[in-house]
Design a protein. Sequence first.
Lengths: 420, 445
Amino acid sequence: MYACAKWRYCENLMINETYTLIKDEVSVKVSASAPESLRAKRIKRTGVRVYRDGCIGISGYMGEEGGPEARKRAEAALAYKISYPGQPSANMKRAVKFGGKPFTPQALDAEVAAILAALRRDFPQFVFSSPFIKTGTHTEALSNSAGLDLLSAITLHEFVFIYKLASSSSIMDGWFSYAGPGYDRAAFLAYGAEVLGAHLRTVPLPAEGRLPVFFDDSEQLVKQIFMRELGGMTFGSGGSLFSGKTGQKLFNEGFTLYNSREQDHMPFFDAEGVCGEGFNYVENGVLRAPFADKKTAAKFGFTPSGGATAEYDGTPCTSSGVMRIKSQTRTIKEMQGGEPAIFVAMASGGDFTSEGGFGTPAQVAFLLKDGKLVGRLPELQLSSTVYDMYGKDFLGVSSDKIMPLSSNRWLGFMLDVRKT
Amino acid sequence: MYKFPEGLYSDVRVEKVRNTLIQYLKGELREMRERDTAGAFVRVYDGQRWYYSSITALDKVQEELDRLAKLAKPSKTIAENSLVKNMAAGSGGQHKFKGKDLRALPLAEKNSFLTAFFPAVTAQTAIAMWSAMYTDTLTHRELYNSKGAQSVCEQQLCGVRLGMTFTEGGHTFTEGATKAGGEFCELADFGRELDKRIAQALEFLRNSVRVKPGKYTVVLSPLAAGVFAHESFGHKSEADFMLGDAAMLKEWHMGRQLGPEFLHISDDGACAGSGFTPFDDEGNPARKTTLIKNGRLAGRLHSAATAAALDEAPTGNARAISFEFEPIVRMTTTHFEAGNIAKEELFAGVKDGLFIDTIKHGSGMSTFTIAPSLAYFIKDGKIAGPAQISVISGSVFDTFGLIDAISDKVELLSFVGGGCGKMEQYPLPVGFGGPYVRVREMAVL
């Protein structure tokens, strides 16, 4: 984890800051197993911030022109007296460019056509669609008159294929996807083939009751209670389920929850220039810290977690950003120990109650044997509580990945499982 | 205004937006801004493929049109294309906002309006954390296409929202109150609603009990029924999900019996409020589309493309969240129509069930879900204390058949601070609501 340098400044000195976001992308949309459209987008947004007397004033503009006017508006906005008790990040220069070259529009079009040809040939039972298959570069820069100069340019490819059986009357039966800096058609198709092949084999649920259930570790549904209850303002104000429990061992020894922004292909700095990769919220089951922007951190004596977010022309604010659970040394096969388990591929609409009770339908689930998807299960209902899931029923995160291209791993719990 | 390329259908949507946002966190000002943005979405269609571009430089629209045209394959018969025939023509589409323009109201007045609600919150020691927001947006859209259409559509939406976290005796509960409308005066009685919501939340915090998972008779409030209609059925009425899908078309054929005779659901872009869409983003006018009539499938929602593909008429439901995106089939204001039983009678018929009053979120795919916030036990037809529920869910095919009562009054609701999400486009303002709806055998977690 980087600790961005702080700069002591005179109370009356004004600091000018520029926050630039550039989205440069090409996307292809697929409908009824054929490409439908090709879209190009280049949108530049610039935020102009001024800091003076412990306050922040912000304005912004879109496109290439508008800087001087935005500067005047930002200075005028100081009159609103929006307090900014923390100091702007300062005296740090770093540029990170990540990922290869994006596809050209023609190359992306050809790649989508090649994938669709393979899917239609090998899996004629399915109809495929995609809201977007994207390639592009997201550039984010934060610089100020106090010596801060940060730049991140990340090029990613995002492939999402929604499938449904031609005989199915559902909107969709499932999806498989990949997002990352590299790309390999054969690896992506092999992963898709495992999912689609398993979908074609209907298998019964071995038994109802407490069963090992695995998710993709990027799945937010099972982590959303931490995203909700570890917000610094709520936590510090005493309104969180976890308020006042810092330093207590609330969860399983194997549970470590951390800020994973770089691992999840986000800029290495947040909207305030804080670098938070690896910031631990929970460490070996012990609650360590909530997530907090500088203002919240200053108010309650927390450490800024490096997850602040902001609209281009908005005040930075606390955000959970992205969080992951530290993986262990065991592979999924070792975690299963020869026993069958469930892999939840699609669970939409579930939630935790304010007291930590958890419930969700699992619209698409597969039977998992030795780390392989062997067949499709009926729709399921899953339930537990946050303290059980991340306590005695926590199985951990595998050392191996769900698919070779991706950085996502298997995250498991013992849950109460019932057929819908 | 633009020189549209020959042999192609093309259109340009220019969008200019003024947005005001004021936000407080626990009484401390966090955001106060007025934002003006402008951008254009350019589309070219050659009869086979669409080519899109989204730009902020409005002086480069013609350049983008010409660039996209070079990617396409012009066709002499493009005018005969059924999709193109469904696109708006002529300059008839004009809807200027005629109410009180909130761009003229000073920020200070909007701020005073918002802060006037703070004492109701700060008076409660159990409210450990709270946020407050006022927002208004005036959207001006112009549409020009190669068939000669020139339309202007303006919409205004304003609203206030307070989110509160209550804590007492080691228990916490989060709830909010919101009100929205096209005019500032529509927010006037928000204070009464806020007081009521605070009282309900305090009772929930102190007395709620976790529901044992199982199947229950559930009564949905107008808000919950609106989300239910939106998630369980509305999304499945969006015809883009049916393109090239013979099985779904067969399953969802017009006239199919889905529920009881007294079940009617409609989508109406002409309803005032957050779903108001007088003209869609292809220039087609709003209309009321009856989706279910007497329990039978009666219609679906269309863009020009989906209407052409299914040989039906456009319904004015092609919407985009902003100039950055292409219009796709979306809902406007979707709701159950009134039934034929009084609300009191509807509750009286429940011996042992649950009432869902407010919700946190909902989703709709093969299985719809609703995550309730304020919910209550019903015993012998009476509310019998607050109930904690994670989620209720069910299949559309089964659940509509389990509706056994709908109350006789409809309440439509508007919102700010969220909206409907579909694929990459979120949030889109929509409206919903309805009567009270009673459903048997609903899965509760």
